[in-house]
Design a protein around this ligand. Structure first.
Ligand code: NI
Length: 170
């Protein structure tokens, strides 16, 4: 297992569109395991392959309080979404220390392949539903700050660029 570097907004690579995984082989299982380790190490609840500069449709999540129940979604598709919306402050490992309110479907049903390559369907609500939608956005190159006003987004962009520059100097 290995910790993978996480791309930070506004890195243009975060806007690449991921392609479907052709087969769940050893390479993909290794990627999944490394992503889970990286997510847990960074104390995140979700991570998309896009964020570790791998542009294939792979997501890992762990919304459990005990941080020991990772979920794996390979080639995820939403097969149902509630009309009812929910609003919560979201954060992202690619946009550290930034939290803001985003509208999401309250409930979704996702179909995906697991780490074992088997297809499964899952109904999700609450944080899990929000997280699935947030991570699936990453796979199409969308970062949550794009839902915010242009003014807020520009402020975040400026702060992140300054932060990267300070980190380089340090
Ligand atoms: Ni994110």
């Amino acid at each position: 297992m290995a910790l993978l570097p996480i791309l930070k907004f506004p890195d243009p690579k975060l806007h690449r569109v991921a392609k479907p995984v052709a087969s769940v082989d050893d390479r993909i299982r290794q990627l999944v395991d490394d992503m889970i380790e990286t997510m847990h190490d960074a104390e995140g609840v979700g991570l998309a392959a896009t964020q570790v500069d791998v542009h294939e449709r792979v997501i890992v999540m762990d919304t459990s309080e005990t941080r020991d129940q990772p979920l794996v979604f390979i080639n995820p598709e939403l097969v149902a979404r509630s009309e009812e919306m929910t609003f919560a402050d979201e954060g992202c490992l690619s946009v550290p220390d930034t939290y803001d309110r985003v509208a999401r479907h309250a409930r979704v049903t996702v179909r995906a392949l697991g780490r074992d390559g088997q297809s499964f369907e899952m109904e999700a609500e609450g944080l899990t539903s929000i997280c699935i939608q947030h991570e699936m956005d990453h796979l199409v190159g969308r970062v949550f700050v794009e839902y915010l006003s242009p003014l807020k987004r520009d402020r975040i962009r400026t702060r992140m660029i300054k932060r990267a520059r300070d980190a380089q100097r340090a």
